[in-house]
Design a protein around this ligand. Structure first.
Ligand SMILES: *[C@@H]1O[C@H](CO)[C@@H](O)[C@H](O)[C@H]1NC(C)=O
Ligand SMILES: *[C@@H]1O[C@H](CO)[C@@H](O)[C@H](O)[C@H]1NC(C)=O
Ligand SMILES: *[C@@H]1O[C@H](CO)[C@@H](O)[C@H](O)[C@H]1NC(C)=O
Ligand SMILES: *[C@@H]1O[C@H](CO)[C@@H](O)[C@H](O)[C@H]1NC(C)=O
Ligand SMILES: *[C@@H]1O[C@H](CO)[C@@H](O)[C@H](O)[C@H]1NC(C)=O
Ligand SMILES: *[C@@H]1O[C@H](CO)[C@@H](O)[C@H](O)[C@H]1NC(C)=O
Ligand SMILES: *[C@@H]1O[C@H](CO)[C@@H](O)[C@H](O)[C@H]1NC(C)=O
Ligand SMILES: *[C@@H]1O[C@H](CO)[C@@H](O)[C@H](O)[C@H]1NC(C)=O
Ligand SMILES: *[C@@H]1O[C@H](CO)[C@@H](O)[C@H](O)[C@H]1NC(C)=O
Length: 446
């Protein structure tokens, strides 16, 4: 993930000026239209930060924070899918395709020299989601080739290149993210090879200090210098969320295995306990950075990502639904009250304050959008969950995409019709998926 970028924090003054007479999102959580309106408002503000569709601009490009584009497109995908509003589908389609790069592996050359494994992985998740929600175009691989056995008996490094700081760390988001992607591919394609990889990454995570299946603690990182004997235990919601999401997909893939149910429940309960503190009304809070107002751009996005992952978990693992929905609802009601800045519904960061807190940015808008949209599962129902290739996913897997990072092979592009909610007209979804099949599993250390 890209290094923290300074953010604009307008302090108490702006708060005083605007909070008392701010426009409000009047969210009635039980009312579907009210929720749609809230999501529409925050999405509109979110898109004011996007210029990739303007003349002379590059679709999907966020020069200093490339990975955040994936968060924006994920939010747009969910927004379109759960509300049916197609307003931004053109931006979505063009941006997702443009950034996939020449090899369809989300390593576009403009950024590839400083990417982290986690950065690329998030674009892979966006593409995966596009497939599952029947939008189009997808990507997986190149990452498996970076499974690293030089220390700690396996695992993904944080960074790709030796000159990047973080190269000697193995971290939860890179490993938990790839676990999630493998689990989603397993479910989507029903190809056991992805399940094997998901199990392998999960097993390795348990064997490392990153993931503990008795406490369900998820640490942030571990250092290769001491062969991953120690952990950096900073607590971030997305580390829990990504392992939980992957476990939910494995639960679905395995048709309800007890092992994965235990994992989903364990991680979900720990997530709730820690990041939805009852002392703050059970409202979602990024507890490491919000109280001190030290959140960077990345960290502001975590709650949004995790809100989405919670909603998908509720759909994939029905027994969690009644635990997850109330948490999403309580948080959405509070977040709506935080979206009262600048007389134009600017959303803040600390939802639990139930009023605007002076923060402003694209990331705040993305997270609020994600949260409102996550609440839509209540109305759009369980049938709107992610599809698989056999339950309506209209896609084919491209077994060679991403095989050669340097190849100049062009990729087929999907043709998505604006307005295509039901899945008609979707053409090809690429998965950089079948790499193992070609190269042989043994090469990968499996
Ligand atoms: C809301 O107002 C703020 C402050 O003027 C501005 O920076 C922001 O772009 C506005 N947002 C929208 C959606 O107009
Ligand atoms: C770019 O997209 C925004 C919506 O986010 C839209 O309002 C604007 O008109 C678009 N601009 C162009 C040049 O298409
Ligand atoms: C890479 O940069 C070039 C030159 O600015 C631009 O034309 C191209 O669209 C960029 N590609 C991506 C994927 O951002
Ligand atoms: C993961 O660990 C389980 C339990 O120890 C074992 O049965 C399974 O074979 C392992 N899977 C992989 C892919 O390593
Ligand atoms: C899990 O955490 C508990 C409590 O901190 C600790 O005793 C145990 O050794 C940990 N398990 C692993 C496999 O690290
Ligand atoms: C789950 O059930 C489906 C339908 O019965 C079956 O095709 C599939 O092989 C099962 N998956 C696993 C991993 O057992
Ligand atoms: C979805 O499934 C959950 C759990 O089975 C259930 O509680 C909920 O009412 C369902 N929602 C809809 C809209 O059908
Ligand atoms: C990858 O490179 C190998 C060796 O040059 C070549 O045979 C293969 O066709 C390439 N694959 C793709 C997808 O370009
Ligand atoms: C996708 O579905 C549409 C209609 O549902 C169909 O016409 C089209 O051939 C399908 N495409 C693929 C690649 O399966």
């Amino acid at each position: 993930m890209y290094l923290p970028v300074g953010r604009i924090v307008a302090g108490g003054l702006i708060f005083l000026l605007f909070a008392s007479r701010a426009a409000a999102i009047d969210l009635i959580i039980d009312d579907e239209q009210s929720l749609r309106d809230a999501a529409s408002t925050t999405t509109f503000a979110m898109m004011t930060y996007y210029h990739g569709n303007e003349t002379g601009q590059i679709p999907g490009a966020f020069p200093s924070k490339w990975w955040e584009g994936s968060a924006l497109f994920l939010a747009l995908l969910h927004y379109w899918h759960f509300t049916g509003d197609t307003t931004y589908n053109n931006e979505l389609r063009v941006g997702l395709e443009w950034q996939s790069g020449k090899n369809g592996d989300y390593m576009p050359s403009n950024y590839s020299s400083y990417l982290g494994n986690d950065d690329q992985m998030f674009w892979g998740l966006a593409a995966m989601t596009a497939a599952e929600l029947k939008f189009g175009d997808g990507v997986f691989n190149t990452q498996i080739k970076r499974w690293d056995t030089t220390a700690c008996n396996g695992g993904m490094r944080w960074q790709i290149w030796p000159y990047q700081s973080g190269y000697t760390l193995k971290n939860s988001i890179s490993n938990g993210g790839l676990f999630q992607l493998a689990a989603r591919l397993a479910r989507y394609t029903n190809e056991p090879i992805y399940a094997t990889w998901a199990n392998k990454i999960w097993n390795w995570s348990l064997s490392s200090p990153l993931l503990n299946s008795s406490t369900w603690n998820v640490a942030d990182s571990t250092n290769m210098g001491d062969n991953c004997a120690t952990q950096g235990n900073t607590q971030w919601s997305y580390n829990y969320g990504t392992y939980m999401m992957g476990a939910a997909y494995m639960y679905s893939y395995t048709n309800g295995s007890a092992q994965w149910l235990t994992a989903v429940d364990g991680l979900m309960n720990k997530l709730f306990e820690e990041f939805f503190p009852s002392s703050n009304g059970g409202i979602f809070e990024e507890v490491t950075c919000e109280p001190s107002e030290q959140c960077n751009n990345n960290e502001v996005l975590f709650k949004g990502l995790v809100s989405t992952w919670l909603s998908f978990t509720a759909l994939l693992v029905p027994s969690t639904y009644d635990k997850i929905l109330p948490k999403l609802q309580t948080s959405a009601v509070a977040a709506a009250k935080s979206c009262t800045g600048h007389n134009n519904n600017t959303c803040g960061v600390r939802w639990y304050q139930s009023q605007y807190d002076g923060w402003i940015g694209m990331e705040e808008q993305i997270s609020a959008t994600d949260l409102f949209v996550a609440n839509m599962i209540r109305f759009t129902g369980n049938s709107t969950g992610p599809v698989t290739a056999t339950t309506g996913g209209n896609s084919t897997s491209n077994p060679t995409a991403g095989e050669n990072d340097t190849s100049t092979a062009s990729i087929p592009v999907s043709a998505i019709t604006t307005g295509d909610r039901a899945g008609a007209g979707i053409l090809t979804v690429l998965f950089t998926a079948g790499w193992f099949g070609l190269m042989g599993f043994t090469v990968l250390g499996g």
